[in-house]
Design a protein around this ligand. Structure first.
Ligand code: GLN
Length: 197
């Protein structure tokens, strides 16, 4: 039995919540950490400081941003000292700059993001990506995905495709343009969790 205790929360205001919960539970099991660890939904600001990791799911970044404010979660997320696992709309929210003036982002990763970088014709697609630090390609599912056109201070670019950057790490934080909660490859979850203890 492993005594390591990791508390993961999935921001459950809008978007793909249950898939993230299932994927993190499986990843913790795979790492033999599930005995003491928890994966919960997060809807209230006061839950955030008790977590080691917070997932911000895909969905509609404008809606999630509005609900973050409505639930007074902006400061607690900005001041959170754990890791953030941000996917798709979550990646948009992590950026310092976005090409949509309606959006107030969290600004936790120094990068410029293009919200709907693939336009209407290519709203969703799948691609095998080369990821820094992975020994074999990662099959990624993109749904109305953003990309980062640049990433700055303190960031590690983990993957780039012709349109731009699709995976970035900054310290314990990950921002992924695709949906790692869909499919069976848990390498991103495992790598994120490894950074939390
Ligand atoms: N491009 C969308 C947005 O900015 C995100 C799409 C997604 O999360 N699947 O809100």
């Amino acid at each position: 039995m492993n005594a390591t205790e990791i508390r993961i929360g999935v921001l459950a205001l809008q978007g793909a919540v249950s898939e993230h919960i299932d994927a993190f539970r499986l990843a913790l099991e795979e790492m033999s950490l599930s005995d003491n660890s928890t994966v919960v939904t997060v809807r209230h600001a006061d839950e955030i400081p008790h977590l080691d990791g917070l997932a911000i799911p895909g969905g509609e970044s404008t809606t999630i941003s509005r609900l973050i404010d409505k639930n007074q979660m902006r400061r607690p997320i900005e001041e959170f000292d754990g890791g953030i696992f941000a996917t798709c709309a979550g990646m948009v929210l992590m950026a310092t700059n976005v090409d949509d003036p309606r959006l107030t982002t969290l600004g936790l990763i120094d990068m410029d993001v293009i919200r709907n970088a693939f336009g209407r014709q290519k709203e969703s697609f799948e691609a095998d990506l080369e990821i820094n630090g992975f020994g074999s390609p990662y099959h990624a599912i993109f749904i109305r995905a953003p990309v980062a056109s640049s990433a700055g201070k303190g960031t590690e670019v983990l993957s780039t495709i012709d349109k731009g950057i699709v995976a970035v790490r900054k310290g314990k934080h990950y921002a992924l343009a695709f949906h790692p909660e869909l499919g069976w490859d848990l390498r991103f979850q495992v790598r994120f969790l490894e950074g939390l203890y």
